[in-house]
Design a protein around this ligand. Structure first.
Ligand code: MGD
Ligand code: MGD
Ligand code: MO
Length: 768
């Protein structure tokens, strides 16, 4: 069996191997050969990955150390590299052969598997095909179309992979044109962080640097699948475990990477017979949405220990000096925690009091604690409060703003954090608009633009007329798939700047273009020679990157070049920017970024190529709080999230979390195996608690449909899913994103941040 393919006989059985290890090397090797690359080429490429003189991995945003391993890459970074530099091409001949309506029946995997896009294309409705066009014709028509529209009706989406240089140019293009509609993939991802953290600690990003992991004496993991989604972080966890540091994980699923790991970089570990290092010292399978309750339990245990310390005349457990000097709102928070009963905490978290008290004791003994988290916290209706509650827990013991401690949101795309830093935001207050106006002689829009949820609304209600996309696969990544796909056809203009064919390309508007671009791993040669680009990682560290591989096609243009040409065609004479001058040498764009953001980017060009990059200067790391009251705020949650669990009105409502497999990068599906969860040959599965299956009279491999439980009159359904018993709390089920996105209602998003709540979606099983 070609194990990357879908099969009629999928195999699901518990995976008992460690993450990393030989399974990881084998998986990389299979993907390399399948993309037509030799092992030598792969080795050469991977040697340059995440090095000061090489390219920054196009997969996740985890930090790159100043002294990298000889091979500073992971299984999934290697897969992402191989997927980009594949020898396969989705070229003119392919588009001549296939109608768009035919391609709509293909899977996401089969679409991207055709290889790299090679030629700019325009959709021809009479033929139902994409037809090659000249670049200059494409730019001219897109420019004319945009000029004819009200700028407020145009959306300029950006996916988090584009470089700092491209992102800075993109936001200027959009703003000079007059549109503040700059949603990015971050809106679907860590927006709950970007909205939640500033109110707590005055920083939209985390406070931890990679060196802090060497100093920490305890790590938390809430809702992050590290082994799949930021595997290089397992090295820091591995080292911490070797030092005997407790690692405490809260996750409804037993994610393999946080259970056992065998370091593929360590010959001794690879050759030893055991199954690697135990990663989490304590692993708690809480209920989805149970995090505020669980954290309240931990905080309650800490308060009880503090009470006992006072009674015995021992040193306090709370960091009272920190709270007095820096904190605000502690009394309300304390009252909230004391006011919650253990019964309610146990019921809502799905965990018992003993476990949470045990964690409270571990936490009270630790002096330097890092709290890592991912989509398990942010993609909930109370995602913003989740993030703030984690801050509360850290602040109780002064764990923010000192070495070895802090809050660590693990970001997604490799430059998603950096895009926000250089002006990609729909929120005007986050962007130095006055400076942009002064530097570039134009009047930027000052009103709030559309975020992802609002852009979807606008597309569905017809008020959005143009969607211009720098990377990504918006219609597939966003919620409310059925309505969105139907409405997409009503767009006047749809432009996708892309590297691979994806489902969004198959939804033509009236005027539709695919503009193929260089990937980051490719040589980007402009008038002044080969160009570097730069990225900000999850730890606010900025790195340079230079391509390595020859371009997939001579017709490809770089993202900065495409943006410049679009700007010249759309907004000629509307600013003083010489776009060609910038594109000729990207260091000029970096100079502009440094001029706009001198605090973060001073000496940008001189510093970005140094090994390990350079850090942004974050006030919260120095215990300076850029909040309104200049304090670190304890923000009391509004209550526990009571999940739509089990029975509602006699119906069996389950709480669905949509997750990623080990064989995908977001909507890019490399194959049909999720090795670390023991699933082979399919993605159309529902993982379910065995007792729920019994109660609902379901057996392994039964086929069912899933429907969203909502009373808004919209039928949301995904058909023909295989049920499988799995280690997951009762009342919860899990299945894959993006296949299950049709089940996510647009209104099911985090309050405050509008992050689509892709976890804890109320659904019902419908028998076929
Ligand atoms: N290989 C690979 N790497 C990637 C990506 C990829 O698709 N593939 N995507 C990138 C992107 S854009 C992002 S944002 C990140 C995403 O990385 P993650 O943040 O790991 O996102 P998910 O894959 O959605 O996994 C969410 C985890 O949270 C758990 N979870 C679900 N609900 C809850 C809950 O209520 N509470 C708790 N405590 N846990 C919960 C799930 O079981 C799962 O382990 O990864 C990035 N890196
Ligand atoms: N149900 C559910 N939905 C989710 C999530 C979830 O957990 N559950 N996660 C959400 C999250 S965290 C995110 S970040 C979003 C992801 O949303 P997006 O970022 O929009 O989606 P991707 O799948 O990363 O985009 C893949 C496409 O990007 C293009 N591409 C790849 N490399 C490049 C490049 O270098 N340049 C350009 N121009 N294009 C390139 C390729 O054409 C490829 O098809 O999805 C969100 N949606
Ligand atoms: Mo993401």
């Amino acid at each position: 069996m070609d194990r990357s393919e879908i099969t009629d006989n999928p195999v699901i059985k518990a995976y008992d191997q460690p993450s990393g290890g030989w399974g990881s090397l084998k998986s990389v090797m299979e993907k390399t050969l399948a993309e037509g690359l030799s092992v030598e080429t792969m080795y050469e490429m991977l040697r340059k990955q995440n090095k000061a003189d090489g390219y920054a991995c196009v997969s996740c945003s985890w930090a790159k150390p100043a002294e990298p391993h000889l091979a500073e890459f992971c299984e999934n970074g290697a897969k992402a590299t191989v997927w980009e530099v594949t020898r396969k091409r989705c070229d003119r001949a392919f588009f001549a052969k296939h109608r768009v309506s035919e391609l709509r029946h293909w899977t996401d995997h089969d679409l991207e598997k055709q290889g790299r896009l090679t030629t700019p294309m325009r959709y021809d409705a009479s033929l139902d095909q994409y037809i090659p066009v000249k670049w200059e014709d494409a730019f001219r028509e897109i420019g004319a179309e945009l000029q004819a529209l009200n700028p407020d009706s145009a959306v300029f989406y950006v996916s988090g992979r584009a470089s700092l240089e491209a992102s800075y140019m993109w936001q200027l293009f959009s703003r000079i044109y007059g549109s503040p509609n700059l949603p990015d993939s971050s809106n679907m991802c860590h927006e709950s962080t970007s909205v939640g953290l500033p109110k707590s600690i005055g920083s939209p990003v985390g406070t931890v640097q990679i060196e802090d992991f060497d100093l920490a004496d305890m790590l938390f993991f809430f809702g992050h699948n590290t082994g799949t989604n930021a595997p290089r972080l397992l090295h820091q966890v591995h080292d911490a475990r070797q030092r005997g540091v407790p690692v405490v994980t809260f996750n409804p699923l037993q994610e393999r990477g946080l259970m056992r790991f065998k370091d593929p970089q360590s010959p001794a570990e690879m050759l030893s017979p055991g199954d690697g290092v135990k990663m989490s010292s304590d692993y708690f399978q809480l209920r989805p949405g149970g995090d505020i309750a669980a954290m309240t339990g931990i905080a309650k245990a800490v308060l009880a220990l503090d009470d006992a310390a006072i009674a015995d005349g021992r040193p306090r457990i709370l960091d009272t000096a920190f709270i007095a000097e820096h904190g605000h709102g502690f009394e309300d928070f304390e009252a909230f925690v004391r006011g919650q009963s253990w019964e309610e905490i146990e019921r809502c978290s799905g965990l018992d009091r003993d476990s949470l008290e045990h964690v409270g004791r571990l936490y009270s003994r630790a002096e330097r604690v890092i709290a890592n988290y991912g989509m398990g916290l942010t993609q909930h209706r109370h995602g913003t409060e989740n993030v703030q509650m984690l801050c509360n827990l850290l602040l109780m013991r002064g764990n923010i703003g000192k070495p070895g401690a802090g809050i660590s949101p693990i970001r997604g795309h490799s430059n998603v954090q950096g895009q926000r830093t250089v002006g990609i935001s729909e929120k005007p207050e986050l962007v130095p608009l006055d400076k942009l106006a002064e530097f570039y002689a134009f009047e930027p829009p000052r009103h709030k633009g559309l975020d992802t949820v609002e852009a979807c609304k606008g597309i569905i209600d017809g008020s959005v007329k143009a969607f211009v996309s720098l990377g990504g696969n918006f219609s597939r990544a966003a919620p409310e798939t059925a309505l969105l796909e139907e409405a997409w056809r009503k767009l006047r203009l749809s432009v996708q700047i892309s590297t691979k064919l994806n489902r969004n390309h198959l939804l033509p508007g009236e005027v539709t273009y695919i503009l193929p671009c260089l990937g980051r791993i490719e040589d980007d040669r402009q008038a002044s020679g080969l160009q570097h680009v730069s990225m900000e990682d999850s730890t606010a560290c900025i790195h340079g990157s230079i391509g390595w591989s020859p371009p997939a096609s001579p017709e490809l243009l770089s993202e900065p070049k495409i943006i410049a040409e679009l700007a010249k065609a759309t907004i000629p004479g509307r600013s003083n920017i010489d776009w060609d001058f910038w594109v000729a040498d990207y260091s000029r764009v970096r100079d502009e970024i440094a001029r706009t953001y001198p605090k973060d980017f001073s000496n940008f060009n001189a510093r970005f190529l140094q090994p390990g990059g350079f850090h942004r200067d974050l006030a919260a790391c120095k215990r300076e709080w850029n909040t309104e009251n200049k304090k670190a705020n304890f923000l009391t949650p509004s209550g526990f999230d009571v999940n739509p669990n089990i029975e509602v009105d006699g119906k069996n409502i389950l709480s669905l979390m949509t997750i990623r497999s080990n064989d995908q990068f977001n909507t890019t599906v490399y194959g049909y195996d999720d090795r670390l969860r023991g699933i082979q040959g399919t993605r159309m599965v529902i993982l379910m608690n065995a007792e729920d299956m019994k109660r609902l009279n379901l057996r392994d491999d039964d086929r069912v449909d899933l429907a969203t439980h909502a009373d808004d009159g919209v039928d949301r359904r995904v058909c023909d899913l295989r049920v499988h018993a799995f280690s997951i709390p009762k009342g919860a089920i899990a299945g894959y994103f993006p296949e299950l996105n049709p089940l996510v209602p647009l209104w099911h998003h985090a309050e405050g941040s509008h992050t689509p709540a892709s976890k804890a979606i109320p659904v019902e099983i419908v028998r076929r």
